[in-house]
Design a protein around this ligand. Structure first.
Ligand code: NAD
Length: 453
């Protein structure tokens, strides 16, 4: 039997035994996960550094602490999430008791990407544990050190029959996908997303696909340009631009562009000094293939800021390019690197047309102090998230939906109807896995005041 087969069969048997269903078990496993992070944070930082020089503060703040908070939130809400909920009743059921009962799916497959190798694997895992599922985790082969550490730590801290880690690349994932799962949670690029969806359809397995895309930024002449430059560049420099919701490109007038460039130069120097390559706070592109892909986007570009790189180190300086046309290669795909193109538009209406002519963005950012302009974008565009006067911060606002996060509102489907006094219980066909793993394409807005950060 292959490793995948052993993992899936063992997990399936454990689920059938009902091991993962009791509240006490779920709580104990969540506590064990917390302990795993607390006792191994140094090693986790070290392995992420080996993989792609991820700065220590980035791993600690955006991955370890983030996941710890999600575990604490799950532990805090677990009892509440597990409770049956009374629902409003249509007239024919007025004398009946009608409830929604949360119910785990069964065996869940979680496939993670390399860019936040800990957080994007463990965050959906918390949901799977909290909802009473067994799980098979598949970390990305592109960050092998983190993958092997995950493989070593999970069975040491968590129930080894219920939770499994399979390492490896495309052949191993392909083999895994031949098995029947009850839910698949995939984070990564769109092309592989289609492969996952096809594999899942064989068993009609429900999926959450956390994919990528280009997230535009619009800056107008009422914005505080210095603040805008800082927040846009922060979003672009964290993880060297390798974040799914990183600001991908800027839309603004030539006049705003000049002011932005001036402010951007100051910010970069202030953050990383004169020699960015030697700054411990600036990471690297994950491997040579991705490095070459990003560098190619700079061919023939008009570089207004940065532009230097080092192939051996997979280092690319934060780079702003100007005079960019919509037909340029850099505008055809998600950049996923520290390159920021500026496309000039005449006004907000022009920017809205530009955005609406393309795929719906994962995130949309508008920097403006004009309420009418903020509302214009809100009403006339559609995106996974819409944030005013900031970038990426919506990800940490846990009261709004985002696919890879636990949310307070658990949209459980199965329900049991208790006809007054009798015990006839009808189970609905649907069932739901994770505490509100809402797909990204839910429009939500965060409006931040200029003085908020
Ligand atoms: P990746 O190359 O690590 O792939 C992701 C996972 O898919 C890995 O575990 C890998 O083994 C598996 N995989 C790769 N090719 C496969 C194949 N042919 N068949 C089956 N499995 C396969 O990561 P990536 O795709 O480069 O990740 C970056 C992308 O992920 C970007 O587009 C980014 O925007 C997106 N992303 C989205 C989110 C989100 O929350 N929406 C978060 C992070 C990253």
């Amino acid at each position: 039997m292959s490793k995948a087969e052993v993992a899936v069969n063992t997990a399936r048997n454990s689920f059938k035994n009902g091991t993962t269903k009791p509240y006490e078990f779920r709580l104990q496993q969540l506590k064990a996960l917390l302990k795993l992070i607390e006792e191994n944070s140094k090693e986790l930082v070290e392995e992420a550094r080996k993989d792609f020089k991820k700065p220590k503060f980035e791993l600690v703040l955006y991955e370890l602490e983030y996941v710890k908070n999600e575990i604490l939130e799950a532990m805090h809400n677990l009892k509440e999430w597990m409770k049956p909920r009374k629902v409003t009743k249509p007239l024919p059921f007025i004398l009946d008791k009608v409830f929604v009962y949360p119910e785990p799916y069964g065996v869940v497959l979680i496939i993670g990407p390399w860019n936040y190798p800990f957080m994007l694997l463990f965050s959906p895992f918390i949901g799977a544990i909290a909802a009473g599922n067994c799980a098979v985790l598949k970390p990305s082969e592109i960050t092998p050190n983190m993958a092997y550490l995950t493989e070593k730590l999970i069975p040491k801290y968590l129930d080894p029959n219920c939770y499994h880690v399979i390492t490896g690349g495309i052949p191993e994932t392909t083999q895994l996908l031949e098995h029947r799962f009850d839910y698949i949670f995939y984070t990564g690029n769109t092309n592989v997303g289609k492969i996952i969806q096809r594999a899942a359809s064989k068993y009609l397995t429900p999926v959450t696909l956390e994919l990528g895309g280009k997230s535009p930024v619009y800056v107008d002449n009422t914005a505080d340009v210095e603040l805008a430059a800082g927040r846009i560049l922060w979003g672009k420099c964290v993880n060297s631009g390798q974040s799914c919701i990183a600001p991908d490109y800027i839309l603004c007038t030539k006049e705003v562009e000049q002011k932005l460039l001036k402010a951007a130069k100051m910010k970069i120097r202030q953050w990383y000094g004169e020699d960015i390559q030697s700054s411990p706070d600036y990471g690297r592109i994950v491997n040579h293939n991705h490095f070459q892909r990003v560098i190619k986007l700079l061919e023939g570009a008009n570089v207004a800021l940065g532009g230097s790189y080092n192939a051996e180190e997979c280092f690319i300086e934060p780079t702003i390019i100007v005079d960019v046309k919509s037909s340029d290669p850099v505008m055809q795909e998600e950049i996923f690197g520290p390159v920021l193109p500026i496309v000039n538009v005449a006004n907000a209406a022009d920017a809205i047309n530009f955005i609406n002519e393309r795929e719906k963005p994962l995130a949309l950012y508008v920097f403006s102090n004009d309420k009418k302009i903020q509302d214009l974008f809100l009403k006339n565009t559609s995106s996974g998230n819409y944030t005013v006067n900031d970038t990426m911060m919506h990800f940490s606002c846990d009261s709004i939906p985002f696919g890879a996060k636990i949310n307070k509102y658990l949209p459980v489907r199965p329900h049991i109807m208790e006809h007054k006094g009798k015990t006839s219980k009808k189970k609905s066909l649907g069932s739901f896995l994770l505490p509100n793993k809402v797909p990204n394409k839910v429009g939500v807005a965060v409006i931040r005041s200029q003085s908020a950060k």
